[in-house]
Ligand binder design. Sequence first.
Ligand SMILES: [Zn+2]
Ligand SMILES: [Zn+2]
Length: 295
Amino acid sequence: MLFKFVDFIVDGSMNMAVSSSFSRTIYSEIEEVGWEHLVKLAEDLSFVTFRVVDKKERVHVLEIILDKSYPNCPPSVSADVPYLFNLEWSANSRLNDVVKQFREHLEKLQHFWSAVEDIDQSLWVFDSAQLHRATSLRRINIGNDCSIILFIRANEPRSLPECRFLGSDKYVNMLRDKWRRNSDKWSKDKLFGENLANLLEFQLPGPPGVEKNDQPIECGICYSQFLPVDDELGPKSGGRTDYTCENSTCSKAFHSVCLGDWLRSITTTRQSFDVLFGNCPYCSQPVAVKISTRK
Ligand SMILES: [Zn+2]
Ligand SMILES: [Zn+2]
């Protein structure tokens, strides 16, 4: 039963060179993490990737590279985060401990992601399509053919960031003077837009096309802007799209109801509690959607 499932996931025959005790160890450790979190397992078991959802329902992918010396030597990990954690490893450690430590690390990074989200939503950020979860710098349009690059500190995201100004010398020098003179006005309790306005002594432009975002957007599955008015949909009846693919180059909008129905029809979809894990129908990147509680 278990092996059937594994064959299906690795999509092919197992490499005979992999010792059976090694593969048994890996399978039982994956089982402990939960098969529903598994994204990929290399045929030669050289790496395994898991999908981890943080408290804000952001989907993360953790890659664990397994050396032949595993578990005697700690595995190496990689993920789309601004900095990684130091893996604590002992003779009894297992893959589940790696996932646990990654989860704890994600919790520490919540302040960082909410800080950069605040910037992305309230200011005119350049190249926003190329931003990753790990990206800690932002280039912001401040008008007059001038921009500012902010280097956000991942471990102290609300503190005064390092910055560089780009633009004409005369204007940039004036801004630098203001920044220096007013830097003690920076407050960790204020939003970035307000802090930047206090330091530069003017209000920065908001993101372009804000008015456009206010318009209802078509759902990528039912192609309608609004769900039908239907008692069965409960509070979502007649609602707008409420889910956007997190892959910034895709950003397709869906009704979570439509995406949930679609994911349920796909055999590779996994469910953990009331969250469905699958892939975006447009870009195939991982998506996680809470199942609506229907009446
Ligand atoms: Zn829809
Ligand atoms: Zn997508």
